[in-house]
Design a protein around this ligand. Structure first.
Ligand SMILES: [Fe+2]
Ligand SMILES: [Fe+2]
Length: 276
């Protein structure tokens, strides 16, 4: 049984203010990664100064049967807190517009707002800022292969480049591009295992992207993909409302009601308590 040093754990996440900004799901992931690292350093010999320790892919796989859920499931559909319960959701408006975001996508909102904020501060084009703002929001519905699901969810409503950036940021997260300012993240070493080899579809897409004229669109999403929470910084949606207005085509019937090929995906987030 691993003892958690609460203070050390909180400090490793950037302090109490940073922890406050994390969703309960992000906290659960962080705790798991922390415990895995502790376990590794305990086995490697306590008391010595250790270089960063990451699990092996096989250890990550061995964790599967310790959970009561699968990690690819959308975060609207469960709570990962031990003995936690899901909460009743706020009702949706009759014709939901993108600001749906506030009602069903809260779990990733801080992360994507911080990413969009960084893109805005570093002078990225509006399409990149919008892609950053949307890039992980589909986690509410589903997390596995989220770049592809996200691009599909937003495809009918955003410029093609934005959907492209959302789709392929997932693949490019696995590949370093130091020249563009992207290093392989420790978060992935913890989540997937340090010796993890990306799936064949990710490898194939990376190969395709390397010579694609839009390579930089998803690459810039990865560059701004912030998991380092800035303590005390809470970014609001307000600075992005004009960009959303210019580039996001809200259907007049409302998302989920427009009969588009993705309407059911929006409805699934609107009414996730329906048993069928
Ligand atoms: Fe992502
Ligand atoms: Fe992200």
């Amino acid at each position: 049984m691993i003892q958690i040093d609460r203070r050390h754990f909180i400090a490793s996440l950037g302090g109490a203010a940073a922890v406050k900004l994390m969703s309960s799901e992000a906290k659960a992931e962080a705790l798991e990664a922390y415990m895995m690292a502790q376990l590794n350093s305990a086995t490697a010999g306590a008391g010595q100064a250790q270089p960063k320790k990451f699990p092996k892919a096989a250890e990550v796989e061995a964790q599967i049967e310790t959970r009561h859920y699968r990690r690819g499931v959308g975060n609207l559909f469960l709570t990962t807190e031990p003995n936690g319960k899901v909460k009743k959701l706020q009702p949706m408006p009759a014709r939901p517009a993108f600001l749906f975001f506030n009602l069903r996508m809260q779990q990733t909102s801080n992360h994507v707002l911080q990413s969009a904020n960084r893109a805005m501060k570093t002078g990225m084009p509006e399409e990149i800022i919008l892609a950053c703002l949307l890039h992980d929001t589909v986690h509410a519905l589903i997390k596995v292969d989220h770049g592809y699901w996200g691009a599909q969810l937003y495809g009918p409503y955003v410029p093609e480049k934005v959907a492209f950036a959302i789709r392929y940021h997932q693949a490019l997260r696995f590949y370093e591009d130091k020249e563009a300012g992207y290093e392989y993240p420790d978060l992935y070493r913890n989540l997937f295992g340090e010796d993890y080899v990306p799936s064949p579809h990710i490898q194939a897409d990376y190969k395709m992207l390397k010579s694609h004229k839009w390579y930089m669109e998803p690459r810039l999403v990865t560059v701004n993909d912030l998991y380092a929470f800035e303590p005390g910084v809470v970014v609001k949606i307000d600075p992005f409302v004009d960009i959303i207005g210019r580039h996001f085509k809200n259907p007049k019937e409302g998302l989920g009601n427009d009969g588009s090929p993705v309407a059911h995906m929006w409805r699934s987030m609107a009414i996730p308590d329906n048993p069928l």
